[in-house]
Design a protein around this ligand. Sequence first.
Ligand code: 2RA
Length: 332
Amino acid sequence: MEVALVGATGAVGVEVCNVLKARSFPVGRLRLFASERSAGKALSTPFGDVSVEAFSVEAVRESTYAFLAVSGAFALEHAAALAAPGGPIVIDNSSAFRMDPSVPLVVPEVNAHAIGSARLVANPNCTTAIAAMALYPLHVAFGLTKVIVSSYQAASGAGAEGMEELRSGLALSLRGEEPTPKVFAHALPFNVIPHIDAFTENGYTKEEMKVTNETRKIFAAPDLAVSCTAVRIPTLRAHSEAITIQTARPITADGARELLRSAPGVRVVDEPARNAYPMPLTATGEHDVEVGRIRQSLVFGEYGLDLFVCGDQLLRGAALNAVLIAEATLPK
Ligand code: 2RA
């Protein structure tokens, strides 16, 4: 079948191609779309070299699936026309439709059933998707009542430009020169920045509110208390999250470990005696989310745990989740 990727030259776009191949998605023909500026360029993909086409709604509508790895504004302008009957199933990586009640917001291991007959499906925020992999099995078994997240987010969350700003900024810093931030609010090398996306009226950032609101929607738990402090750190492409949970039913670290060992898309890495715990470097390039440092909460006692989660932002947080959504809609 024909598969279209819009935003093919971005960091997420590149990973969508890789994941389609890695998951043996039935791609008959891959079509890559980007801005006029990139049209005509040949991109090397796991499906061979593909020439980039300038985006047009008509051309993308010839496909069976369309992955959008574009801005929210672009998605808002075009997604409905792309997904109208007769067009492709559209999977949008932007935040444009995530909280639209008529559009399913999906982490397939959690709520694939929510897709139903939708022709436009939203892919969640990366921090939300990575946390959801560990949290949902615990929610089903023990009933989450409170979730407190502190994130350590990689430069890739700001796309290829963010990764490049970190790389070049590190080189400058190591030469003793001052990098000038463009993508991030401050220089990222040797720094942490407690500011991702714009601040909102309640003092939280949009990124932090995405974790709250999207988790509630994906888990169908509108009253779940979720608070996040989102922080950018100078790592390249895996997000980490320290998470504290309170549960309705008693929970133990051993019980959680056992449960998470059999959870799809999760790898328990939790042997402190061997210095084995989740880290961005080991989670990078992996499809599974690493979960470890699981321990009884000193705050919530037998009704709570602390844990640490790492997941590849471009994969679990974007491309992999999008391809898994498409897989969930393939004819059985
Ligand atoms: C970030 N969550 O890390 C965003 C990307 N979607 O900046």
